[in-house]
Design a protein around this ligand. Structure first.
Ligand SMILES: Cc1cc2nc3c(=O)[nH]c(=O)nc-3n(C[C@H](O)[C@H](O)[C@H](O)COP(=O)(O)O)c2cc1C
Length: 386
């Protein structure tokens, strides 16, 4: 008899969806009622699956801390294939799901954070239609959106209360100039390659390590130009090089201690551009950059300190966001265009760079390169405030 266990990384929810009332329909009336569907999100498979009350009963009757014998093997096996139960059968796919549950536990993944992270871990999302480059939405499409959902909440925000008027301060210097010039680039110069020195400069000042400290003689914390929760710097940079002088296009890891690129896979230049587009969900204007950098969290390092912690994932996302802002600033100073995007196919990027997604996985992608002479049709024109 097969033995089963409930995965530790599972969440249940109930969804209402509109449904035609069949009784009313037979009486010639069209009436919508809310049908309720029980579902589970299996973190092990990264998928939502519908459950019957009998499925739920079996899952809830099964402990997560020990293996027990199953009285309904057919149902148990079907649920195990969906990552809603674990079954100790000799099958590679089922064994892999058992390993994932063990791995998430060993890595101290917090359950609720795992739900959020794996729900948002995309695969194969492509915003293009029929492979054509993306176009900005038409004014009619924007109008239809506003008609459907109403106008957005106001851009400027004020609260009632006494006001303290502040003096206007104007600071001079390169930092303030760079801050005011920072913008997102969506058009890159396809005719020029990025000099190796410029790639090296960005990597060193954004992702390189500039110092370390030993805490209590045991724990090494690191110094970068961005802050990091606990000084742990668990976010790694994985560049996808498209057009850099003297370096083959391909997938790399940046070693921030040795200031070196470690090649993971070489790519044909044409394949590299299409791969870049796929990784950023078809945003072809970003795929034209000279370099894309996947920001990947080392969950094992972060969760070693913040064990099972409900804030640990938020801290990782903030670390990645700080790195992206530093990248924008360094690129602005170097007259390079830069961007960041959260619309990424994390699961596909993980696979291409050889990351398992559980111990280490991609959070966001940024990129940079020589800007084109003209902005992209996607770029907003910002007017100065009066
Ligand atoms: C977390 C995050 C995600 C973003 N994702 C996208 C994206 O998917 N596509 C895009 O074109 N821009 C993206 N951007 C860039 C924003 O659209 C941009 O910052 C915003 O329009 C303001 O323009 P600015 O950066 O030039 O000031 C993103 C920015 C951030 C911070």
């Amino acid at each position: 008899m097969a033995r089963i266990r409930r995965p530790r990384y599972l969440c249940f929810f109930c969804e209402d969806f509109p449904f035609l009332d069949i009784d009313q329909l037979l009486r010639g009336q069209l009436e919508q009622i809310a049908a309720r569907q029980l579902a589970a999100f299996s973190i092990l498979c990264g998928e939502t699956v519908e459950l019957s009350p009998e499925d739920l009963e079996l899952v809830l009757a099964t402990p997560s801390s020990e293996w027990v014998e199953s009285s309904d093997e057919v149902r148990a096996r079907a649920l195990a294939r969906q990552g809603v139960l674990l079954i100790d059968e000799d099958d590679e796919e089922l064994a892999e799901l058992r390993r994932r549950d063990e791995r998430l536990t060993e890595l101290n993944w917090n359950l609720e954070s795992a739900v959020y992270h794996f729900v948002a871990r995309w695969r194969g999302v492509d915003l293009r239609e029929n492979g054509a480059d993306l176009e900005p939405p038409s004014s009619q499409a924007v109008r239809d959106f506003v008609d459907a959902f109403g106008a957005p909440p106001p851009a400027f925000y004020a609260v009632e209360g006494d006001r303290v008027e502040l003096p206007t301060v104007t600071r001079d210097g390169q930092l303030y100039d760079v801050l005011l010039r920072r913008r997102t680039a969506r058009s890159f110069d396809l005719a020029r390659d990025l000099p190796l020195e410029e790639l090296a400069g960005v990597l060193r000042y954004v992702f390189g390590y500039h110092g370390f400290a030993r805490l209590l003689g045991e724990i090494t914390t690191l110094k970068r130009t961005s802050p990091s929760a606990g000084g742990f710097h668990p976010v790694e940079a994985y560049p996808l090089l498209l057009r850099v002088e003297g370096v083959e296009p391909g997938l790399y890891h940046y070693n921030g201690r040795d200031h070196a690129l470690e090649r993971i896979a070489a790519l044909d230049p044409g394949d590299a551009r299409e791969l870049a587009a796929e990784l950023v969900c078809g945003q072809t204007y970003f795929a034209d950059a000279h370099v894309l950098v996947a920001l990947a969290a080392r969950f094992d390092r972060a969760f070693w300190k913040y064990r099972n912690h409900p804030k640990a994932l938020a801290a990782l996302l903030m670390d990645a966001a700080h790195l992206s802002q530093t990248l924008y600033l360094v690129c602005t100073e170097m007259e390079l265009g830069a961007f960041v995007t959260a619309a990424v196919n994390n699961a596909d990027i993980d696979e291409r760079f050889g990351l398992d997604g559980f111990q280490e996985g991609v959070l966001a992608v940024c990129g940079f390169g020589k800007p084109a002479a003209h902005p992209s049709a996607f770029d907003p024109t910002f007017e100065p405030l009066p």
